[in-house]
Design a protein. Structure first.
Length: 521
């Protein structure tokens, strides 16, 4: 009986040791060797793969940097070998060399990111990794910049990123074979010889949800798309910076109305007025038409945008009464977060913008707005950025207590008057303040600036302001830019500037300082 007990004990001990050993090392030996072969073919000056080692203490490849294993099978299913920019080194930290065919041993791999590196070429054998669902080859500096058509064999691929200035993509037919593709980025690649690419992507990839073709020199060849052939799922479309005319874009764009939530047509050559047909895209959440040479008014159909999150119309020649336009956007009062109308010809008085209760950014710089600031801002605001520079707004600044979340406030080159100091006190989150070239007057003391601990940019120049600051004051903020030209800082040199160790730009010209420049300056 005792021998039987001893036998069972030994069996359980061996079994326990086996389980412990297994728990300590999840990695499949064949895949570990394949990863080491992959490492041996690469140049890794920064030691990105330093944890990849054959040493006994590093045998579990599942805990190596950039390696992810399945919790169920212990197979390697994920490789994140992307390079990155190092601020400390002021350079890219990257891998280079050749990608070894040992990668094929990882036949359960479904995620591969080798972006931001410098490799000799994209190997054809990547097209044999049939289980890949995610492939990121963006921003790689290739010596041989051709993309092998074998990538078309990756029929399970859901996300592909080829964005790179160094890639040459003449043959794009293989992309239309990626029947499972949902997200595609081909930004900054020269596609000028890919005549039917845009048409093929929209009609031959049935699952396509997100398409980015930024600055690709897309050929200006007109085409129309039968509604029945369009991907039913296309939701996000970005073809910005391609200089395409509206005659190429509009005929098919408005057939996508059932699915599109985000459109970026910025820096194309749309010209003319904004078509009313944009209002048929009622599900839109994000629309960017900036820098497209548009002119005229805003179509009434913009009132159909009930879900709008961001609207960029900046850098055009649009003319509209701002108050009327705000009324048009009333259905989006509770949804819109970013509104950029800067560098246009919007006219009229500045309305109470706090009616947009979700608004984080309002950019109205460089328009033709007149009249006074709203005397009362009725709603507590979530506004983070307010830019009213380069208009003709007059009168007094209101109480800014309801804008206490502001991080950036710009109202340079207007006609605002009155005192500023007390208006600043509630703005404890403020980082950037541009108030130059107005008619502001009165005194600003350290009391007014005490709460501005986050401030990094301060421009009060060309006003009638007087700064009364004690010589031993040590401000809570640390500025990198200060401009107080033509304000009164003197007659003694402002000693508090000595505490500002991060200053890169300083302008205190004409500040009535009648003193020696100190040695520490």
């Amino acid at each position: 009986m005792s021998l039987l007990v001893l036998f069972i004990y030994c069996i359980s001990l061996v079994s326990g040791l086996t389980r412990t050993q297994s728990a300590e090392t999840r990695c499949i030996e064949r895949e570990r060797r394949a990863l080491l072969q992959l490492k041996n073919g690469l140049v890794d000056e920064a030691g990105i793969l330093s944890s990849w080692s054959s040493h006994r203490s590093s045998q579990d490849c599942c805990i190596w940097r950039g390696v992810g294993c399945s919790n169920r099978t212990n197979r390697v299913i994920r490789l994140d070998l992307n390079g990155f920019w190092s601020d400390d080194l002021a350079a890219r930290v990257e891998l280079s060399g050749d990608i070894n065919s040992s990668l094929l041993e990882l036949n359960h791999l479904n995620h591969l990111d080798i972006s931001y590196n410098s490799f000799n070429r994209i190997p054809e054998f990547i097209g044999s990794l049939r289980k890949l669902r995610y492939l990121n080859l963006s921003n790689i500096l290739f010596e041989d910049s051709k993309v092998p058509p074998q990538l078309g064999n990756l029929t399970n691929l859901q996300t592909l990123d080829l964005s790179s200035f160094s890639i040459i993509l003449k043959n794009t037919e293989w992309i239309s074979k990626l029947s499972s593709l949902q997200t595609l980025h081909i930004n900054y690649v020269d596609l000028s010889e890919s005549d039917r690419l845009l048409e093929n992507l929209i009609t031959r990839l049935p699952s396509l949800f997100e398409l980015h073709l930024v600055s690709c020199l897309l050929p200006q060849i007109p085409f129309t798309i039968p509604v029945s052939n369009i991907s039913k799922y296309l939701s996000i479309l970005d073809i910005s910076f391609n200089d395409l005319p509206s005659s190429l874009i509009y005929p098919w764009l408005f057939n996508l109305s059932d699915s599109l939530t985000s459109i970026d047509l910025s820096r194309n050559d749309l010209h003319g007025t904004i078509p009313e047909a944009f209002g048929t895209l009622a599900t839109l959440q994000n629309l960017d038409l900036s820098g497209t040479r548009l002119e005229g008014g805003i179509p009434k159909s913009f009132g159909n945008f009930s879900f709008l999150d961001s609207l960029y119309l900046n850098g055009n020649n649009l003319s509209e009464d701002l108050h009327s336009f705000f009324r048009q956007l009333a259905p989006a009062e509770k949804s819109i977060r970013v509104l950029d109308l800067s560098s246009n010809n919007f006219t009229g008085f500045l309305p109470d913008f706090t009616v947009f209760t979700a608004l984080n950014e309002l950019h109205l710089k460089g328009n033709d707005l007149k009249g006074s600031f709203p005397a009362i801002l009725e709603h507590t605001s979530n506004l983070l950025i307010l830019d009213l520079a380069d208009n003709q707004i007059s009168g007094f600044l209101p109480d800014l207590l309801v804008l206490s979340s502001l991080r950036e406030l710009y109202f340079e080159r207007n006609r605002l008057e009155g005192t500023l100091g007390e208006r600043l006190m509630p703005l404890s989150e403020l980082q950037f303040l541009g108030a130059s070239s107005n008619l502001l007057n009165g005194t600003i003391s350290e009391t007014h600036l005490t709460n501005l601990s986050r401030l990094v940019y301060l421009d009060l120049s060309y006003n009638f302001l007087v700064l009364e600051i004690d010589s031993d004051w040590s401000p809570a903020f640390s500025l990198d830019t200060i401009s107080m030209s033509s304000c009164k800082l003197g007659p003694t040199f402002p000693a508090w500037l000595r505490t500002q160790k991060n200053l890169t730009i300083i302008d205190i010209s004409g500040a009535q300082i009648d003193d020696f420049v100190p040695d520490w300056f």
